[in-house]
Design a protein around this ligand. Structure first.
Ligand SMILES: NC(=O)c1ccc[n+]([C@@H]2O[C@H](COP(=O)([O-])OP(=O)(O)OC[C@H]3O[C@@H](n4cnc5c(N)ncnc54)[C@H](OP(=O)(O)O)[C@@H]3O)[C@@H](O)[C@H]2O)c1
Length: 233
């Protein structure tokens, strides 16, 4: 079947996840538009002849309006940096301005819950509580901003997927991560995914209609828990 995806916008293209997503998109023959902060444009030098780069803040609605024009898919790296509702502004701009039928894939971590049925380890709860408090105090990051961004996405009837990443590591691809509906499901216990494969899951989701309005929590397909319990997909 011919691909429904031809042109993709990557919002937050200059980060580690963003650059892996560029690679996967180019491998698939997609036309790529990347948005990144002005000061990070040089991080995309390796791709500057193969993609269109739009410098600007990812929560700037005029930047997003221009970047998503004509795109069939939008991949958004949601980050909670700063205390100016950067994530929420970014998510809202994408939800409002992406073309009506566009597939929209957003990244976040396991700490985001859609239905409150995720079961977290004490370690993760402590980390979120302590990091969250210290980061906000230092005005460095606001985890609640990512929570609010995802709340708005979950409430939307657009074609979204929120991919919830486990802890990440660098390394060669192990292939498409496996996923489950809830953190705490045994298949996810290893809590580790290669970053390149997180990006692969995001890009592959563009063409997977079964993931529309899902919030998959992912883990590396060669991790011990994935091997022990088998995959959903
Ligand atoms: N790191 C983890 O262990 C982990 C675990 C699970 C899920 N995730 C999720 O994975 C995604 C990306 O994580 P990553 O660790 O791989 O990082 P990353 O790809 O390096 O992405 C960081 C992004 O944040 C942007 N950024 C950095 N500082 C910023 C600031 N002050 N204001 C606005 N934007 C800023 C970067 O843009 P510039 O290039 O312009 O700096 C880049 O686009 C996020 O959605 C995160 O929730 C991460």
């Amino acid at each position: 079947m011919a691909s429904s995806i031809k042109k993709v916008c990557i919002i937050g293209a200059s980060g580690k996840l963003g650059r892996y997503m560029i690679r996967h998109c180019l491998d698939r023959g997609y036309e790529v538009v990347g948005v990144c902060r002005e000061k990070s444009v040089a991080k995309l030098d390796a791709y500057k002849d193969r993609i269109t780069i739009i410098p600007g803040s990812t929560n700037d609605r005029e930047v997003i309006r221009k970047a998503v024009r004509g795109c069939d898919g939008v991949l958004t790296v949601l980050v909670p940096w700063g205390v100016q509702q950067y994530s929420t502004g970014t998510a809202q701009a994408v939800l409002d301005l992406a073309p009506p039928d566009a597939r929209m894939i957003f990244s976040c971590g396991w700490h985001i819950t859609r239905d409150g049925k995720d079961v977290y380890t004490k370690k993760l709860l402590w980390f979120a509580a302590i990091f969250g408090r210290l980061a906000k105090l230092a005005r460095f990051a606001d985890l609640n901003d990512q929570v609010e961004a995802c709340r708005r996405i979950f409430a939307s009837n657009r074609k979204w997927t929120v991919v919830r990443g486990s802890d990440l590591e660098e390394g060669e691809s192990q292939g498409l991560p496996v996923w489950s509906h809830h953190v705490g499901d045994p298949i996810l216990a290893s809590n580790l995914t290669r970053r390149i494969d997180f990006a692969l899951f995001m890009v592959t989701a563009l063409e997977n209609d079964q993931l529309i309005r899902e919030a998959p929590a992912i883990v590396g397909r060669l991790s011990a828990s994935a091997m022990a319990h088998g995959a959903i997909i």
